[in-house]
Design a protein around this ligand. Structure first.
Ligand code: PLP
Length: 427
């Protein structure tokens, strides 16, 4: 079965013009439309930046910038929390949240061993919160469960332990959606033991977009978004939501929680040097992205699915379930070394850039880029088959087939080897 190319109801390439953005930015947009390294690699659109020109220009460190306050109120309402705080990055909102939760050492945080807060934030938990991190391996290979966490809780007054004060989950993780019923169970376990719950929701927007799509709700309706996000965040005391990933804001992340929590976090934000003076322009740009780019996320998921299916059809391995906008591809499964595949994609007349196995589809990736990606891998495969380096279809022996199938996981479970590799690469 040959899968048909997808079309999307917008043209990302038309959104930066030479008149407004200048030739260089038009060229940047053309490049990012074929750049799969990250969903942070987007180009702010003309409309987005023109919108920020009209933003208020007050001093947000004095809480005197209406555009920033309006964005904070909007996200607090959307997520069903009392208050919100804007900061420059997801790393900052995560670390400020953890610092605000943690009061006095000895204390510890539980995370998945692949968690961004633990692996990719420069050791911030130890540096800023003086906390030990207990990194757990999910027994199902995909996500932590309450059963994984319960025996690892450090409880009681034994002076040898460092008491668990916070459980920190990530959704999505490697593009995979954390089942909400499991999050609810983990939340109940946390509450029973007086432990805080923080969400690294850098890509919770993608989860919300998926829920909205599956339930047939309207991604442009603020009310529908609010229902879904409030439900997703209900088990958490605090959550960090990135604005500069899927949504395509140039800067920013938002922390949500109780009023008291956010007031305390603002104190730490000041101490970290993270207060922003005339913040209105960047807040307005993020606000624009929330209104206009959020409805595109479901399309990025469809494009990722199309990439997955096109590559799978060729026999390429896919290392993790494609629930949202990430595809972890393994061309080695059809005898194509990863480096050579990346080099060939980058050498196309209109280059395609990938960051090793991880391919991230953002709102400015075009359907053409997806089709060109698949076509390039197909061409490489056919060349190898023609030269006899890899067997043609129908000539695959048993040993070769087993090797192929081992790459083509996970069917329910990710193999330990795949998980360890993902951990080593820091996905
Ligand atoms: C899951 C996750 N959390 C947090 C962050 C940190 O965001 P930032 O790069 O804005 O610091 C990232 C960044 O890639 C991320 O992927």
């Amino acid at each position: 079965m040959t899968i048909q190319p997808l079309s999307i109801p917008y043209n990302p390439l038309s959104e930066v013009s030479e008149q407004v953005g200048g030739r260089e930015n038009v060229e940047s947009l053309r490049r990012v439309a074929r750049d799969f390294r990250s969903d942070t690699l987007t180009v702010p659109t003309d409309a987005q930046l023109l919108h920020s020109l009209k933003a208020s220009r007050g001093d947000d460190v004095y809480s005197e910038d209406p555009s920033t306050t309006a964005l904070e109120r909007r996200v607090a309402k959307l997520t069903g929390k009392e208050a919100a705080m804007f900061a420059v990055s997801g790393t900052m909102t995560n670390q400020l949240a953890i610092r605000t939760h943690m009061k006095q050492p000895p204390h510890s945080v539980i995370t998945d061993y692949r968690a961004h807060v633990h692996k990719m934030e420069a050791g911030g938990i130890a540096m800023f919160s003086q906390a030990t991190t207990h990194q757990l391996f999910p027994s199902n290979g995909l996500h932590l469960t309450a059963e994984d966490i319960e025996p690892q809780l450090q409880l009681g007054t034994n002076i040898h332990i460092s008491p668990t004060k916070l459980i920190c989950l990530e959704n999505t993780l490697s593009g995979m959606i954390f089942p909400q019923e499991e999050i609810v169970k983990i939340g109940e376990l946390a509450r029973k033991n007086d432990i805080g719950m923080h969400l690294d929701g850098a890509r919770i927007w993608n989860v919300a977009a998926d829920v909205i799509e599956r339930k047939g709700l309207d991604a442009s309706s603020e009310e529908d978004r609010q229902i879904v996000l409030t439900d997703l965040l209900a088990p958490f005391d605090s959550a960090s939501l990135c604005l500069s990933k899927g949504l395509g804001a140039p800067i920013g992340s938002i922390l949500v929680g109780t009023k008291e929590f956010i007031e305390r976090a603002k104190w730490f934000r000041k101490a970290f040097g993270g207060g922003i003076r005339q913040c209105g322009g960047i807040a307005a740009s993020a606000d624009y992205a929330l209104t206009h780019h959020f409805p595109r996320l479901a399309h990025t998921h469809k494009l990722a699915k199309r990439l997955e299916e096109g590559l799978r059809e060729l026999g390429v391995g896919i290392a993790a379930p494609v629930d949202t906008n990430m595809v972890f591809f393994q061309p080695q499964a059809i005898g194509l070394p990863l480096d050579a595949t990346m080099a060939r994609l980058a050498a196309l007349p209109n280059p395609i850039i990938v960051g090793r196995e991880r391919c991230v589809v953002h709102h400015q990736i075009t359907p053409e880029a997806i089709e060109d990606f698949i076509a390039c891998v197909r061409e490489m495969k056919e060349e190898k088959q023609a030269s006899g380096e890899i067997p043609k279809e129908g000539e695959i022996g048993q040993g070769e087939r087993e090797k192929l199938e081992s790459y083509n996981g996970p069917k329910g479970k990710t193999t330990d080897a795949v998980l360890r590799k993902q951990a080593a690469l820091g996905y």
